[in-house]
Design a protein around this ligand. Structure first.
Ligand code: NI
Ligand code: MN
Length: 225
C-alpha cells in the first residue's frame, strides 16, 4: 500500500491491488497542495467532517469517476444531494469495504457544511488496509479516549493534526501520540495558512524524545507503508 500526502489533511492511499482512496481532498483552494482536483481520481473518498477544508473537492472528484463517498450520515446525505454515490456511517461503526475496513471514531471539533447545513458530529477514521491500521484523527482537540482507539486498533500510522488554533497544537499532539501509541506518526493540518503555522521538525523532535517515530512528509511525497 502507498500513502501520499497532498498537504493539510489531504491524503491518498493506493492499495496493493490498485484501489485509490482519498481522505479530505482539499486541493483547489489549498495554497500548499502541489496537485489540483483535475490531477486526481478516486475509487473512494472519505470525509472526516463537513468543513470546507475537508470536504474540499470531494464532489468534483467523485463526479468525474465512479466513486463512493464514505462519511457520517449527515455528510453522506449531503453528498447524495450533490449527486454522488455515498455510504452512510456513524461514529463507533465500522464497515468492510472491498479495499478494507473503515471505522469512524470521535473527534472533538465542529462540523458545518460550506452552505451552512449541519454536518453531524466530526469524526476521525481508522482504516485497516493490506494488514496495516491507519488512524486519521481528523480535526480534533486532545482527548483521553485516544488511548482506547490505540488499544483497540493497534495503530501502525497515526495522521495527527499539529497546527494549533483549530486543532491540537504540537504539545497536545505529542500527548496524543503517547495515548494512541502508533508505530509511526505523520503530522498534518499545519502551515496551510499563517494561523496554523507550526514547525513539523519541532513536533518530530518532541515525538522522538518520548521514544516514538515521526515521519514528516513533503507536500506531494508518497511512501510505501
Ligand atoms: Ni475543521
Ligand atoms: Mn480543518
Amino acid at each position: 500500500m502507498k500513502l501520499k500526502y497532498f498537504s493539510h489533511s489531504a491524503f491518498q492511499i493506493t492499495t496493493d491491488d490498485g484501489k485509490v482512496i482519498l481522505i479530505d481532498p482539499f486541493l483547489d483552494d489549498n495554497p500548499t497542495s502541489p496537485v489540483k482536483s483535475d490531477d486526481v481520481t478516486a475509487d473512494y473518498i472519505i470525509i472526516t467532517h463537513a468543513h470546507g477544508d475537508h470536504v474540499g473537492d470531494a464532489f468534483k472528484i467523485a463526479g468525474k469517476s465512479d466513486c463512493l463517498i464514505i462519511a457520517n450520515n449527515e455528510i453522506a446525505n449531503y453528498a447524495a444531494g450533490k449527486g454522488c454515490k455515498a455510504h452512510n456511517m456513524h461514529i463507533g461503526g465500522g464497515y468492510n469495504f472491498d479495499f478494507g475496513r473503515v471505522k469512524l471514531t470521535i473527534a472533538h471539533h465542529g462540523s458545518i457544511t460550506p452552505e451552512g447545513d449541519y454536518g453531524g458530529e466530526p469524526a476521525g477514521v481508522v482504516l485497516s488496509i493490506d494488514g496495516k491500521n491507519i488512524y486519521h484523527a481528523g480535526d480534533t482537540g486532545l482527548f483521553l479516549d485516544m488511548k482506547l482507539i490505540g488499544e483497540l486498533n493497534k495503530i501502525d500510522y497515526m495522521l495527527c493534526p499539529i497546527g494549533d488554533n483549530f486543532t491540537m497544537g504540537i504539545d497536545d499532539a505529542v500527548k496524543a501520540v503517547e495515548f494512541v501509541n502508533p508505530k509511526t506518526v505523520i503530522p498534518m493540518h499545519y502551515n496551510t495558512w499563517e494561523i496554523i503555522a507550526a514547525d513539523p521538525l519541532e513536533f518530530k523532535e518532541k515525538v522522538e524524545a518520548i521514544g516514538k517515530i515521526c515521519r514528516v512528509l513533503e507536500y506531494g511525497e508518497e511512501i510505501e507503508l
